[in-house]
Design a protein around this ligand. Sequence first.
Ligand SMILES: [Zn+2]
Length: 392
Amino acid sequence: MRKLVCDHCGRDYGLFAIGLFCPDCGAPNLRLHFSREAELVDDQVSLAKGIETEKEELAYRLLGNAHEDVLTAFEATLKAVYFYGKAQANVSPPKVGNDFQNIDKALRRFAELNLNPFAELTDPEMAALLLNIQKRHIIGHNLGVVDDKFATHANDAKVGETVGLVGADIQQFAAIGQKVVDGLDAWLCGSPSPTVNHSPLLMTIKEPTVDPDDPKNLRALDLQLSLLARKVAVWVAEHCTDGSRGFVDASKLRKEFKDNSEVELEEAVAELATDGFVEISHFSGGGLTNFRPLLDLYLTFDGPAFGRDPVADTVTVTELALARPDSVRGEELLAQTGWDLRRFNPIFEHIAAQIPDRGVRRYLGTKLSVSSLHLLAEDRVQLKRFVARLKS
Ligand SMILES: [Zn+2]
């Protein structure tokens, strides 16, 4: 049971589980509820600090529990508000499972209510929130040992080491949670509580440090590839001039990656081939000298290579294509976008891949990989659904 004092009417009351409103005056008390939780977490952290010299293992365990309590309270609070929103809209709530332990899924859930609970977070706060949620999974499900996936989120974490956990991280996690919950509290009543003031701890949250080995933060891409393979893929994307999947110049590649051995580079290319990012022509000898990018390489690595969003580009071109009658000429769309060939080619090919081959015309000797599309009614339906999926 938690003891709360309503910050609107002063009524004190005890509460099991979670409550959204004061039982007396009806004001939203959601943020009070979470801040009481954060106070208790604070006490746990103090307790751990008091014993960390003589009982180190117990202190780490207490910190782990306190960290878990923050996520549990955060998840429960998000879920309660979501269910309340659904009930207000007279919709029976769907099964949500662990959706509110995952920021992407939580975002999609709240989008149903036209609400983004994380909109107020700064980029460093959002990064710290994601990192803490990942940390929770590591402590809860991997005995605190860093795995590959976690290492991609925290540049200073090494696979196989124990994840670092200090009291300050936990208090920061709680402060970020509180900021989100304050926003939800305001949403419940239509205006922010007069007693909201953001924790000074939020000021201490810094942008995660940049790893000099990985300045483009390629490790953050959710792929199985080694860092070298990711770098090679970005290099291939950067050095392809027309986006039409030409063979890669091996001598330039060797020059760029001169610190890596031939064996390392060949293995990196083999990784890319294994995961469908490049095609190796074994007919002419294989290895470094005979490979070329596949469509997925452009779609995945044009983002980090050029700082653009291939998904948004695909939506743009598909919508332009759908605005035309049955026949869509690539040249005309290219002119309409005003893009260069390098940007347009993979996107148009990606769209062509969504419809059956009978509708796709490719002519040799032209600069476009796909010359034109002929869309039947059923193809237009496919493309409309494709756009809807990309937008969601
Ligand atoms: Zn009250």
